[in-house]
Design a protein around this ligand. Structure first.
Ligand code: FES
Length: 232
């Protein structure tokens, strides 16, 4: 198959450029295996991966214009494909992009907040299984930021500080459901752009974690915001 990839080393190249390589196709070959083949048989390319199982989130990139995880996305047939770095992020080199701006914002909100110390009854209490499932599902978010690459709002927003994006809203949803967290996550969600989201569902469509229902999380946060009179 012919594999066209977008290469760019800002320290030496004046602009990104495409280069095409021939790679033997085989059934179930993943995008990551395609990149490894090029790296080992044609020339060095920079890309990042670790777990090979949609857990670390490091291998997110674009295949034929759609965000996906290279480690578990197969190239379905022998033909021409285009692989590009994850859309919307500054390129450090080839497929390595700088996600720090959004990840640092998420890190600031994701820490659990407690106003009172834990007591014995907190520790021994049995969590409602339905709530435990909701929390467990959101914990599948691996911060690959494919959702951000697919989000029309964050990519067109002139002031990204006004919207934390889908991964950030999922992190806020997780803390909102978390019975050990005592911060007001509804106010935080509104302040971070809960109503900037247009509920298009692109984030849900590209998310590698089928366990996460993005629109359900945003709807529940909105319902609570409305109860508090915080709808903007
Ligand atoms: S290598 Fe970890 S998610 Fe793909």
């Amino acid at each position: 198959m012919n594999v066209k990839i977008l290469k760019y080393d800002p320290s030496t190249d004046s602009a990104p450029y495409y280069k095409t390589y021939n790679v033997p196709w085989k059934k179930n070959i993943t995008v990551l295996e395609v990149l490894v083949y090029i790296h080992e048989n044609h020339e060095a390319i920079a890309f990042d991966y670790s777990c090979r199982g949609r857990v670390c989130g490091r291998c997110a990139m674009m295949l034929d214009g759609e965000p996906m995880m290279a480690c578990y996305t197969p190239v379905k047939k022998d033909g021409d494909i285009v692989i590009e770095p994850l859309k919307g992020f500054p390129v450090i080199r080839d497929f390595i992009v700088d996600k720090s701006k959004i990840l640092e914002r998420i890190a600031k909100i994701e820490a659990r907040v407690r106003s009172k110390p834990l007591v014995e009854s907190d520790i021994t209490a049995v969590m409602d299984p339905a709530l435990a499932k909701k929390i467990g599902d959101l914990e599948w978010c691996c911060r690959c930021l494919s959702c951000v690459a697919a989000c029309p709002v964050i990519n067109e927003m002139k002031d990204p500080e006004k919207f934390i994006g889908p991964a950030g809203l999922v992190a806020l949803g997780l803390r909102y459901y978390d019975p050990f967290d005592e911060a007001d996550r509804i106010i935080e969600a509104v302040q971070n752009g809960l109503y900037a989201c247009i509920m298009c569902g692109n984030c849900n469509n590209v998310c590698p974690a089928a366990e996460i229902n993005h629109l359900e999380v945003y709807s529940e946060l909105r319902k609570e915001a409305e109860k508090k009179g915080l709808k903007t």
